[in-house]
Design a protein. Structure first.
Length: 324
């Protein structure tokens, strides 16, 4: 049976891929996005489809819909340069946006999934990070608007679950990449690919030995859909990402090799404050409860991502902030 599904942040990188999957499954999708970091181009191919509706709206302002079965709450700038540009607005998006989504879920008795983040673990002193780890977050640093905003959103989800029996799912998303990443989001994958295609130097923060695990977007979306489909007693939080670690320098070298050209790698910038040295998910819970783990190797995903970057007209994308 088809469902009526609301996706907040639906014109963003993850949100647009999620909308694709849901529409393809025959569900009726309402996509809301204020287009701060989301891009209308990401969902343009869905316009005219009777199962898809786009509404430009900021989730910090209230919203009401009828007969919604599921809510995926993805709205929030997720790249440091973007969420630090207006930290107060970032916190409001996480807290007020989640409150508005939960209020709707409570009223119409919809299931709701919160797109949380590995940033709730901060700069971890446990490796890899299990869901039981409570994190090492600086509550007053430049990243706290996002880190603590997402932690507060998780708290709200569980309070609504305890007080109102709202059906919730909390997914902690680790680094994800793929087609439709904003070319100017300032993240390492998009930065390196964009710089390599342009023949510019590949700039690395720090000495490049810090590690990340990179999950291809198709794997991640499959995980979100599986999490939403779990029985009511499974609430999460559950980690979702790829457990295979690579240093930032290894990633840069792979991108330069795959793109070709003459780009040089430069260790040109200081590591930002509170930037995690390691980030890798413990997927024990996801494997057991969701029967999920990523299947797409980094080399395969990078090729698809590079091909997409080469296919788009960069002039159609604007940098949402000067900080990218």
């Amino acid at each position: 049976m088809s469902k009526r599904i609301l996706v907040t942040g639906g014109a963003g990188f993850l949100g647009s891929h999620l909308c694709d999957r849901l529409v393809a499954a025959g569900d009726s999708v309402i996509c809301i996005d204020n287009l701060f970091t989301g891009v209308k181009l990401n969902v343009q191919h869905l316009e005219g489809n009777p199962n898809f509706e786009f509404i430009r709206h900021d989730v910090t302002e209230g919203f009401k819909f009828e007969d919604v079965d599921e809510i995926y709450n993805l709205a929030c700038p997720a790249a440091p340069g973007h969420y630090q540009f207006n930290p107060i607005k970032t916190m409001k998006t996480s807290v007020l946006g989640t409150m508005h989504a939960l209020g709707l879920a409570k009223r119409v008795k919809a299931k709701i999934l919160q797109a949380s983040t590995s940033e709730v673990y901060g700069d971890p002193d446990v490796h890899p990070q299990p869901e039981s780890y409570r994190g090492n977050v600086n509550p007053i640093g430049p990243r706290s608007c996002y880190d603590e905003g997402k932690r507060a959103a998780e708290s709200l989800m569980f309070d609504y679950h305890r007080l109102h029996n709202t059906s919730i799912k909390v997914v902690r998303i680790f680094n994800t990449y793929g087609p439709r990443m904003h070319p100017f989001d300032g993240r390492v994958v998009s930065n390196f690919i964009r710089q390599a295609i342009a023949g510019e130097p590949i700039t690395i923060y720090g000495d490049g030995t810090q590690s990340r695990s990179f999950c291809y977007v198709d794997d991640l979306i499959e995980g979100l859909i599986r999490a939403m489909a779990t029985p009511p007693e499974f609430t999460g939080p559950v980690n979702m990402g790829n457990p295979n670690e690579f240093t930032i320098l290894e990633l840069a070298q792979s991108v330069v090799r795959m793109v070709g050209g003459d780009s040089k790698i430069e260790l040109a910038r200081a590591l930002p404050q509170d930037d995690p040295k390691q980030r890798c998910p413990d997927l024990t819970l996801a494997k057991r409860e969701l029967k999920w783990e990523p299947t797409i190797e980094l080399e395969v995903g990078l090729r698809k991502t590079i091909d997409w970057f080469k296919s788009v007209d960069m002039t159609q994308y604007r940098a949402p902030t000067p900080n990218y």
